[in-house]
Design a protein around this ligand. Structure first.
Ligand code: FAD
Length: 491
């Protein structure tokens, strides 16, 4: 097999090809039509497509078999069999990943975790939640909401992504500023190693310094050393009062000043600080057709969320903050949401960008960390580069329709998106390695929260030195000596 989608990449002959006996083994193990999608004898294209293609329709594999285990024991038996037979596999959660890590490249077996979706227990005193990796993030968050708690992670794909998938990518999302990263919030984990060994480390304690913390290797490991099957998550109390403000600014410099003031004046109740440039808001408006929150056009917009225990006090604080930044001319215009409905509506101007930006064709996505002072300059430099190369414009002959920037400003995390009418080699050549070199020069990170997958496979060295990459390869070899886990990706 060679891949038309990925020229230059060839199937590794060390992996076995699926036989009828293999398929019979899996069918016998998992039973039931719902647990196996079999396209090994032809057909089943429509059934296989959602598992072979990623969310952006950019990465497409040639997988012929999807397995949906129903228990940790199933996962263990599947992996043990695949390891013995040298059959390559790709773990898959909600398939919302944005770096091509969740779909096969060639004929890897897709192990989809959607059937392992039970919530096992919740400790209402400590806030620790024990659940299966295949639980949908929003379902887990709703379960917690009914008990006065909140999942420490939130993101635009919450309706589809799995908790296990977010842990495997170490997703950052909208609440990181307040609750920190999954490296801190995952208390315990059960995972299955490629040889079928079950690593049960379902500890529910915040403090556990008994030697190496091995679960950390699976957080952000992107399914390259094993499959996460269960998790214990530390969940904070849901804040009684959540307030949201949205405002327009005349420059990126002013956005930085506003962030500084927000930290100073809102302190412990600040739970999100998001940045959007004007073009992102125009695109969301065009696609969704909803009325813009502010009159007039501003070069930048920020969204602030506060979460605290006293509604009136927090609202007052936020209003006072807005008044102050308006008086100091840091902000040009702003609005504070009146009630939950309006808060949701304001959030949608930030959360809908990822979806709306893809409507015109495709998107080249760069999710990067850059020291704040220079964060937005990347967007300006890329826009200028596209202009010089004659690639950007209003008409069909220009492949690029927009270069935009938005992201989690509170975490120095920018999403540079280059919206295209069609994917084009010339655009890619103009972007890469330019973007990565730009980031390296500023000691940034080429992957802030989306991971590496296939998209950034060639560029790891821009953010990690040889020694670190060497150690990663040793870990991969130790856990997965036959290399069956998610091959052809970043490691
Ligand atoms: P998948 O896409 O299925 O898989 C992702 C990776 O994890 C793959 O490498 C896969 O092999 C591996 N994997 C999946 N499940 C397991 C498992 N059980 N064990 C081992 N490996 C596994 N990301 C952010 O960080 N912040 C955001 O704000 C954000 N917003 C987003 C908004 C939208 C609209 C979309 C589409 C995506 C967004 N993302 C964001 C991307 C983010 O990576 C995913 O949404 C999420 O983390 C992936 O979860 P998933 O279950 O879909 O995993």
């Amino acid at each position: 097999l060679t891949s038309e989608t990925y020229p230059g990449l060839a199937r590794d002959a060390k992996y076995a090809s699926l036989t009828a006996d293999d398929v019979a083994y899996f069918k016998n193990l998992l039973g039931g039509e719902q647990a196996v999608i079999d396209g090994t004898t032809g057909g089943a294209e429509d059934d296989l497509k959602p598992f072979n293609e990623d969310w952006m329709h950019k990465y497409r594999g040639q997988g012929r078999l999807v397995l949906k285990p129903g228990s940790t024991e199933d996962v263990s038996q599947i992996l043990k069999y695949c390891n013995d037979r040298k059959l390559a596999v790709v773990p898959q959660g909600g398939n919302t990943g944005l770096v091509g890590g969740s779909v096969p490249i060639f004929d890897e077996i897709i192990i989809n975790m959607s059937r392992m979706n039970q919530i096992h227990s919740f400790d209402e005193v400590s806030g620790s939640l024990v659940l299966d990796a295949g639980c949908i993030l929003e379902v887990a968050d709703q379960y917690l909401a009914e008990r006065g708690y909140i999942f420490p992670l939130d993101l635009g794909a919450k309706g589809s992504c799995h908790v296990g998938g977010t842990v495997a990518t170490n997703a950052g999302g909208l609440r990181l500023l307040r609750y920190g990263s999954l490296h801190g919030n995952v208390l315990g984990m059960e995972a299955v190693l490629p040889d079928g060994t079950v690593m049960n480390d379902l500890c529910a304690l915040r403090k556990n310094n008994t030697g190496y913390d091995l679960k950390q290797l699976f957080i952000g490991g992107e399914g390259t050393i094993g499959i996460i099957t269960k998790l214990v998550i530390q969940c904070p109390q849901r804040s009684a009062a959540v307030n949201v403000a949205y405002f327009g600014l005349e420059s990126y410099e002013k956005a930085q000043l506003a962030f500084r003031e927000a930290k100073k004046q809102l302190g412990e109740i600040l739970s999100a600080f998001e940045l959007m440039d004007s073009r992102t808001q125009q695109i969301v408006h065009k696609i969704k057709g909803e009325e813009r929150p502010l009159e007039g056009e501003h070069p930048f917009y920020c969204l602030i969320e506060t979460s605290g225990s006293n509604g009136d006090h927090d609202y007052e604080k936020l209003e006072k903050f807005l008044e102050d930044v308006l008086t100091k001319e840091i902000v040009v215009d702003g609005v504070v949401a009146q009630g939950e409905g309006q808060a949701k509506a304001l959030w949608s101007w930030r959360e809908s960008i990822t979806e709306c930006i893809g409507h015109g064709g495709g998107v080249y996505k760069y999710d990067v960390s850059i020291p704040l002072a220079e964060m937005y300059s990347l967007v300006e430099d890329v826009k200028a580069r596209m202009g010089e190369a004659g690639l950007i414009g209003e008409t069909e002959e220009h492949p690029v329709s927009a270069v935009v920037g938005y992201g989690h400003m509170g975490d120095s995390n920018l999403h540079l998106n280059v919206a295209v009418r069609r994917y084009d080699a010339k655009v890619e050549e103009a972007l890469e390695p330019f973007v990565y070199e730009w980031i390296e020069k500023r000691n940034g990170s080429i992957s802030a929260e989306h991971g590496l997958g296939l998209a950034k496979k060639k560029y790891v060295q821009y953010s990690r030195n040889e020694t670190v990459i060497g150690l990663m390869k040793q870990i991969k070899k130790l856990y997965d000596p036959n290399g069956i886990m998610n091959p052809y990706k970043y490691i």
